[in-house]
Design a protein around this ligand. Structure first.
Ligand code: SF4
Ligand code: SF4
Length: 319
């Protein structure tokens, strides 16, 4: 098989239709919320770049998810407190979160209240323009509380730029070296591309981290998160209740067992809660406008549930 090629079989249109049953009539798997460990905020879908395989479909003109503001975030932090939820971590994702000018204020509010805080970023110009405020937050709250997870699609500039576009490597490298120099805690989100095995990918990332002086163990899957390729048009099996035992995978290991995400859809007056970072748009996964309404079970009625989570083994949180 040539590099980068794979057998493509289109998704069977009969699949992922009924929340309760698969196309074969078997009981569809579900995931109960075990405890809300991580609450994500999608700060908006706009991004400064357009990547070839963005699972959020973000880009410079993709504003389907509007910018959250600091008072939206405060409302949910108040609700965590009022409901006495066991939430330990707050995550921010986008788009590119640093495109939202309210991000430093949101980070300040979250850190002030004692949460561990994780920001997913491409570490390009939007972050660079916020570096003074970021530095002040890191000095005040420390690297134990604030983690930036930087996306590096491949440890070589040429392949990274194939995915992310020309000129995307140099601003990333500049920011990462600045963040290392100023004592930030960095994790990395990467991909195992072009038929590369996971161990080959981890070894290649480790060489890059060494060259940059980044103290990060590439063998640690919580610090270097490797995401599978996403292609919604490709066929995947549906997950039934029998699959947990067959695959030896636990429902409570899925992201939606311990997470929820807040989004503000364009045109909506109030933010909505969805199960995870992967499904911000699908109305079938809308769980309401408050955390109190979003505690129910999630039926795995989307190709991402199979490909990304149950079969791909990926998770977005820092644990
Ligand atoms: S940087 Fe991230 S959010 Fe932006 S287009 Fe690329 S993958 Fe999507
Ligand atoms: S995509 Fe994953 S985390 Fe999201 S609802 Fe499906 S199984 Fe849960």
């Amino acid at each position: 098989m040539p590099e980068g090629a794979y057998d493509f079989k289109p998704l069977d249109p009969a699949k992922f239709k009924d929340p309760l049953f698969t196309a074969k009539g078997e009981a569809r798997a579900w995931v109960d919320l075990a405890r809300l460990h991580t609450l994500w905020f999608n700060t908006g879908s706009l991004c400064n770049i357009t990547c070839a395989n963005c699972y959020m479909d973000s880009g410079p003109k993709k504003d389907d998810l509007a910018y959250l503001n600091a008072s939206h975030v405060r409302g949910f932090l108040d609700e965590i407190k009022a409901l006495n939820l066991p939430t330990e971590e707050i995550g921010f994702t986008g788009g590119e979160p640093f495109m939202n000018k309210a991000l430093p204020d949101m980070l300040g509010d979250v850190l002030e209240r004692g949460f561990k805080t994780l920001v997913l970023t491409n570490a390009m110009k939007p972050l660079w323009h916020n570096r003074d405020r970021l530095l002040a937050l890191n000095r005040r709250f420390g690297a134990e509380r604030l983690t930036l997870r930087v996306s590096i699609d491949h440890p070589t500039p040429a392949i990274h730029e194939q995915e992310r576009g020309p000129g995307t490597w140099a601003p990333l490298e500049r920011s990462v070296k600045w963040l290392i120099e100023h004592g930030f805690r960095l994790d990395v989100a990467g991909r195992a591309l072009y038929c590369q095995s996971e161990s080959e990918a981890r070894a290649a990332y480790q060489r890059l981290f060494g060259a940059w002086g980044l103290d990060l163990d590439a063998q640690n899957p919580a610090r270097l998160v490797l995401f599978p390729e996403m292609d919604e048009a490709q066929d995947v099996p549906e997950i039934t209740t029998a699959c947990w035992a067959i695959l030896n995978v636990r429902p409570d290991a899925q992201m939606c067992a311990t997470s929820r995400m807040v989004v503000l859809r364009k045109g909506d007056l109030r933010p909505r809660v969805v199960p995870c970072t992967l499904l911000p748009y699908d109305p079938a996964f809308d769980l309401g406008s408050r955390l109190a309404e979003a505690q129910g079970a999630v039926r795995l009625n989307h190709p991402h549930c199979a490909k990304f989570c149950v079969l791909g083994g990926a998770s977005c949180s820092s644990r």
